[in-house]
Design a protein around this ligand. Sequence first.
Ligand SMILES: [Zn+2]
Length: 66
Amino acid sequence: MVSPELLEILVCPYCKTKVDLMKRVWLVCRNPECRRKYPIRDDIPIMLVEEGDKYRDIAVEQLPTS
Ligand SMILES: [Zn+2]
């Protein structure tokens, strides 16, 4: 579980916009132009642009939860 305190300070590494926790294991950039999505693996948010790029065109509903 990512703490709310950590969530507060996390931003998208690409555009520096805040991210939202989705489906418990994804951090989704709030910038509609960016839409990068960062996975949380073993409670560690993977805040890397190259990770976010991979899921850019996948809708939040389609993101895997495990
Ligand atoms: Zn972004």
